[in-house]
Design a protein around this ligand. Structure first.
Ligand code: C2O
Ligand code: CU
Ligand code: CU
Length: 497
């Protein structure tokens, strides 16, 4: 398809679609022009001196100590840069938002008040909880109303996250701050003696745009490519631009979350050749896998163990993005680093000696392999752009109240995810965890070996996943590129008893 034609069309349709949506603010999201005019004005970027700000570590809310927590979505001024505050959205008045830590078997209990002018809702990404607690966009709560979340956590240890999920505004809300970590622990993991406490670091990676006044800005109204995904040039880790972290010369567990809008990262280190991949989205792998780099698309998580033991005091190790051009042939905003861009993310400064009493066992947990023969049926989900340039699943723009697939509680199915476009899509399902059976493409993803809730389907690729439905009710499946899910690339499945 001619690119210019497509871009122009997609703007028109996105405009029509979005203007049909009530809570939408027209000036903010509708591009005024139909054709990209990126050459017109120069973007005034903020200046950042990399590795000068120390990594912020989120405060923790531990449900072993607290019985009940309170969140309220609100506008806040926070010091992302040290010289000027930035207006953002938070759950408790600061960024990063707190990390929720909970043990399998414990009760989660949280009162959420919406202090934003528009309706919103929190979703617990990767958690398998009753559908009324899941945070479906149809369950948004109005301004100044409160929702009480309570459920028992009953799934294996892993790195999860939470974020708001109002239809057509998820991208903008996460962009401005509304996400955080959600860590589940269990005894099985505890016995492994992996690095813990100060040696267990959550890293939430987001590329962002700031203007010269340190103000965050989202879509560029003059560039319709932004409707296909918003790329930024400043990388925040836990809301800190290109941070550094002082570390000891020993093993660390890094829990890495890609909470960006569209960017897929190909992560590697300068100064450390190999590291151990120990967990994927929904839990630990069977065994650590030594890798040199890992691809992490939007909403995916990886846990790795990195060992600084051979480093000397004063050495530095840089976490970087190698770039991953294969993920998209579609070019996005021409003024921001594209998918192939190499970018430094953060630096570790080896600053102290320490004894290491943690371990990295050769065997982690047992993952029962689900077999294709266990599946009662195969469903095909296509990822397509329909006439007018709208991103969809199975050619149907999202409707909050339509049930797209009905499945039976307790059964196992194969979902065949077919991408027929020139851009990769991270496919996510609520209310389940799944395994990857196979993929038609050439790239071997080490993350396919573990429990997943989000899987990257490469351009023109077909990925088969196998999933067992264990929670009844209505759940979502969607592309996790935030601008795609906000457009129309989302659907509902209903798990019936
Ligand atoms: Cu991060 Cu609908 O999910
Ligand atoms: Cu989710
Ligand atoms: Cu997509």
């Amino acid at each position: 398809m001619d690119r210019r034609y497509f871009l122009c069309y997609s703007t028109i349709t996105a405009t029509l679609l979005l203007s049909g949506c009530e809570e939408h603010t027209p000036q903010e999201e509708q591009p005024k022009q139909k054709v990209a005019s990126s050459e017109k004005k120069d973007i005034k970027r903020t200046e950042t001196k990399p590795f000068t700000q120390e990594l912020k570590i989120p405060e923790e809310i531990s449900f072993s100590k607290t019985k009940k927590a309170k969140f309220s979505s609100q506008k806040s001024l926070v010091q992302i840069y040290t010289d000027k505050p930035t207006e953002v959205l938070t759950f408790r008045g600061m960024l990063p938002n707190p990390t929720i830590r909970i043990k399998r078997g414990e009760n989660f209990d949280l009162e959420f008040t919406n202090r934003l002018p528009q309706p919103t809702i929190i979703h617990w990404h990767g958690l398998i909880v009753p559908s009324v607690m899941d945070g479906h966009p149809k369950d948004v709560i109005p301004a100044n109303k409160t929702k009480h979340y309570h459920y028992k956590v009953d799934q294996s240890a892993g790195t999860f996250w939470y974020h708001t999920h109002p239809h057509a505004r998820t991208g903008k809300e996460i962009y401005h701050g509304l996400s955080g970590f959600y860590i589940i622990e269990d005894d099985e993991e505890k016995r492994l003696n992996l690095p813990s406490g100060e040696f267990d670091l959550p890293l939430s990676i987001q590329d962002r745009r700031f203007d010269e006044n340190r103000k965050l800005f989202y879509k560029d109204k003059e560039v319709p490519q932004d409707n296909n995904g918003v790329l930024g040039d400043v990388i925040l880790v836990n809301a800190t631009p290109f941070p550094y972290k002082n570390v000891k010369n020993r093993k660390y567990r890094l829990r890495i979350l890609n909470s960006s809008s569209v960017r897929t990262y190909n992560l590697a280190f300068d100064g450390i050749e190999e590291f151990a991949l120990i967990a994927t989205d929904a839990g630990l792998l069977e065994a650590p896998l030594m890798v040199k780099n890992v691809i992490v698309s939007v909403a995916e998580r990886i846990d790795i163990v990195i060992d600084f033991k051979d480093k000397r005091i004063g050495d530095t190790v840089t976490l970087k993005n190698l770039g991953f051009k294969e993920v998209s042939n579609l070019k996005l905003h021409p003024k921001y680093p594209d998918f192939d861009a190499k970018m430094d993310i953060m630096q570790f400064h080896i600053s102290e000696k320490a004894e290491d009493t943690s371990s990295l066992p050769a065997k982690l947990v047992h993952i029962p392999r689900m077999k294709a023969s266990e599946a009662v049926r195969t469903r095909t989900i296509t990822m397509e752009m329909i006439a007018g340039g709208l991103w969809t699943l199975n050619r149907k723009p999202y409707d909050m109240y339509r049930i797209d697939e009905r499945v039976k509680l307790g059964t196992t199915e194969i979902w065949e995810l077919k991408n027929s476009v020139h851009m990769g899509h991270p496919f996510h399902m609520h209310g389940v965890r799944f395994q990857v059976l196979d993929r038609s493409g050439k790239i071997d993803f080490p993350t396919d070996k573990g429990w997943k809730d989000t899987v990257l389907v490469m351009p023109f690729e077909t990925v088969r996943i196998i999933v067992k439905f264990t929670m009844p009710g209505l759940f979502l499946y969607h592309c996790h590129i935030l601008e795609h899910e906000d457009q129309a690339m989302m659907a509902n499945f209903f798990v019936e008893r």
